[in-house]
Design a protein around this ligand. Structure first.
Ligand code: BTN
Length: 244
C-alpha cells in the first residue's frame, strides 16, 4: 500500500480521481489532495475539506466476493484508529465508519465499489481526516460534533509521518484481512469500537431502528436488539447514541 502516491494540491474529490485512475493502476496506489472542491461524504453528504486536513483514497483490487467489500471499511477504520492511538490519543470507532475522539468525529471513511455481477474490478477507500484544521470554521451543524488532531494534541500533527504510519497500519490490517479468518478483524474492530453496548438510534435509508447495539456480523452489519427483544441486522445507516 502506498508504493505509488499521487499528490495533488486541489481536486474535486480524491475518490473521484481514484476511480478515474483505478483501471490502469495497481492495487495499493494512493491519491492524496491538500484540499477538495467537492469532497463527498456518505449518503450524499458533502465533506468539508479545508487545507490542513488529510484527504486520501486508496485503490484496492482484492479477489473477494462483492458482498464482502464492505469489510474493508472496518479494515480502514481499524487502521485509522490505530494510527491516531499511536499519537497517544484515545480514538474509537463508531459504527459503521466514523473515528471519534471524546465523542467527536475526527475522520470519515467512504468506500466505493466497482463490481460487475459479484466480481470486483476495484474498490476505492476514501478517508478524510481533520488533521490540522480548525473545526471552529465548520458550519454550525458540523462544529459541535467535530474535532481535529491539532486540537486534541494541542499542536499541529506532522502530517507526512502520520500518513506514513497510517498506510503502514492499513497494510498490516489488509494483510490480515487477506490471510486470516474475518472473525479476527471483527474482534479487533469491536475492541476499538465504542458502539457495542450503547443505546442507539439508526436512520437507515428506509426506516428508523432504535435499541441496543449488541454486536456486528461478519459482514460488518450492526446487530441491534430492539425494545421488543427482536434483533435486527443493519447494513447501512446513520447512527446516533441515545443514552450514554
Ligand atoms: C463520511 O461521510 O463520514 C465519509 C467521509 C469521507 C471523506 C473522504 S475525503 C477523501 C475521500 N474523497 C472524498 O470525496 N470523500 C472521501
Amino acid at each position: 500500500i502506498g508504493n505509488k502516491i499521487y499528490h495533488f494540491d486541489e481536486l474535486e474529490s480524491t475518490n473521484e480521481e481514484a476511480k478515474r485512475l483505478a483501471p490502469d493502476e495497481d492495487e495499493g496506489t494512493v491519491i492524496i489532495s491538500e484540499t477538495q472542491k467537492s469532497g463527498r461524504g456518505r449518503m450524499g453528504r458533502d465533506w468539508t475539506s479545508p487545507r490542513g486536513g488529510i484527504y486520501m483514497s486508496v485503490i484496492l483490487k482484492p479477489t473477494i466476493p462483492a458482498s464482502h467489500a464492505y469489510h474493508l471499511t472496518l479494515v480502514a477504520g481499524i487502521a485509522v484508529a490505530n494510527a491516531i492511538r499511536n499519537l497517544g490519543i484515545n480514538a474509537c470507532i463508531k459504527w459503521p465508519n466514523d473515528i471519534l475522539i471524546n465523542n467527536r468525529k475526527v475522520c470519515g471513511i467512504l468506500t466505493e465499489i466497482n463490481a460487475e455481477i459479484e466480481k470486483i474490478d476495484y474498490i476505492v477507500l476514501g478517508m478524510g481526516i481533520n488533521a490540522n484544521v480548525d473545526t471552529g470554521m465548520f458550519s454550525s451543524e458540523l462544529k459541535e460534533g467535530s474535532t481535529s488532531l491539532k486540537s486534541e494534541l494541542g499542536k499541529p500533527v506532522e502530517r507526512v509521518s502520520f500518513v506514513q504510519n497510517l498506510l503502514y497500519e492499513f497494510e498490516q490490517e489488509y494483510i490480515k484481512f487477506k490471510s486470516k479468518p474475518f472473525n479476527d478483524i471483527v474482534d479487533e474492530w469491536i475492541s476499538l469500537s465504542d458502539t457495542i453496548g450503547k443505546e442507539v438510534s439508526i436512520m437507515t435509508p428506509s426506516k428508523m431502528v432504535e435499541g441496543k447495539a449488541i454486536g456486528v456480523t461478519k459482514n460488518g452489519a450492526l446487530i441491534v436488539k430492539k425494545d421488543d427483544g427482536e434483533k435486527e441486522e443493519i447494513i447501512a445507516g446513520r447512527c446516533i447514541y441515545t443514552r450514554t
